[in-house]
Design a protein around this ligand. Structure first.
Ligand code: KG4
Ligand code: ZN
Length: 341
């Protein structure tokens, strides 16, 4: 076919991702994670992540080419996450992408990580209805975006003012003695728990907060509330009902996320909601979003977990959409910008 073969590189956090697409057809998605190296620190250590990218990049590139059954010389364009993310981690991917673009004499596209999380859904569910609202929730970001056009017009409606949703899952899991990263373990524990056991606070949902922070999130107060609740129990010499606390915490997070996402759709007259990021794997979030979207007449799209977490295919998918739209490539000196808006 004459659809462009696009290579995508993602190194903004702890995943080294190299993906290959032909148009909007996924051919390969090689992901190497350094998560286990960070586990004993209870969070991602930037320096460790950068070194891991350096080691994992070439093997991931070779695996992606092999999985896709293509040679690097067949690649038509190279796309890379230029930000936001960890500065040192981004630099590895951006430098690698520049080297490839230069060596292959192909155009280079520096892309926004959050836009790539949105664009990836096209690989699974076909063309994205636009405008749409996107709720992106991971260990590094929690945002509501108004996506007018994923290639050139994505407006932030709100984001977390403290911890990211995934970060809150990880911190509460730690408090409950569950392994890192805690999200999947809370999800599993919560299945046997009572979500109404404790009513934890829903951050930034009071009428007064909504005036200024209608589509923003805050999870640090929730985390503190769980910590206090657990401490009080322990000090009284009582055991902590882990499943019930996990379920009650998860309920609070999912309630706020879905409430604000649906409100954003309604406010902007949008009928399609896309949820992405690692936390989109959460079973309660999916169920609650389905329920509330159905009740509000909103169509819901959630990519499969392997496309929700950080990966190279999402970058390749957005790159291919930029190529298809005939948009200009980046200059070879495109910077790695950790604070890219
Ligand atoms: O997108 P991601 O792989 O990496 C970035 O942070 O960018 O997201 C990882 C986050 C972690 O905080 C992890 O605990 C959370 O996603 N997570 C979950 C679940 N699976 C992963 N959180 C809640 N429920 C899950 N099932
Ligand atoms: Zn991400």
């Amino acid at each position: 076919t004459d659809e462009p073969l696009v290579l995508g590189i993602e190194t903004s956090c702890d995943e080294t991702g190299v993906g290959i697409v032909r148009g909007q057809t996924l051919l390969a998605n090689a992901v190497a994670s350094s998560l286990e190296e960070h586990a004993r620190f209870g969070g991602v250590v930037p320096e460790v992540a950068s070194r891991a990218h350096l080691e994992a990049f070439i093997p991931s590139l070779e695996r992606a080419a092999r999985d896709a059954g293509v040679r690097l010389s067949d690649i038509d364009a190279v796309a890379v996450t230029s930000g936001p993310g960890l500065a040192g981690a981004l630099l590895v991917g951006v430098a690698a992408a520049k080297a490839l673009a230069l060596a292959l004499d192909r155009p280079l596209y520096g892309v926004n990580h959050l836009a790539a999380h949105v664009a990836v859904d096209t690989l699974e569910h076909g063309p994205l209805p636009q405008p749409c609202v996107s709720l992106l929730v991971s260990g590094g970001h929690s945002s509501i975006l108004l996506v007018e056009d994923v290639t050139q017009n994505v407006q932030p409606l709100g984001s977390t003012i403290d911890d990211a949703a995934g970060e809150a899952f990880d911190k509460v899991a730690r408090l409950l003695g569950l392994p890192f990263p805690g999200g999947p373990f809370i999800d599993r524990e919560a299945k046997a728990g009572d979500p109404a056991y404790v009513t934890f606070p829903r951050g930034l949902t009071s009428p007064r907060d909504l005036e200024r922070h209608r589509f923003d999130f805050s999870f640090s107060g929730l985390k503190t509330a769980v910590a206090r609740w657990v401490e009080t129990r322990q000090r009284a010499g009582e055991s902590v009902p882990v499943a019930d606390v996990a379920a009650s915490f998860q309920e609070a997070v999912c309630d706020v996320l879905t409430r604000k996402a649906v409100d954003a759709c309604r406010t902007h007259g949008v009928d399609d909601l896309l949820i992405g990021g690692g936390v989109a794997a959460n079973s309660r979030l999916r169920a609650m979003a389905e329920e509330r979207c159905a009740a509000a007449g909103i169509r819901l799209r959630v990519p499969r977990p392997g496309l929700c977490t950080d990966n190279g295919a999402m970058v390749a998918a957005l790159g291919a959409q930029l190529v298809a739209r005939g948009l200009a490539p980046s200059r070879l000196d495109v910077p790695a910008d950790s604070a890219l808006p």
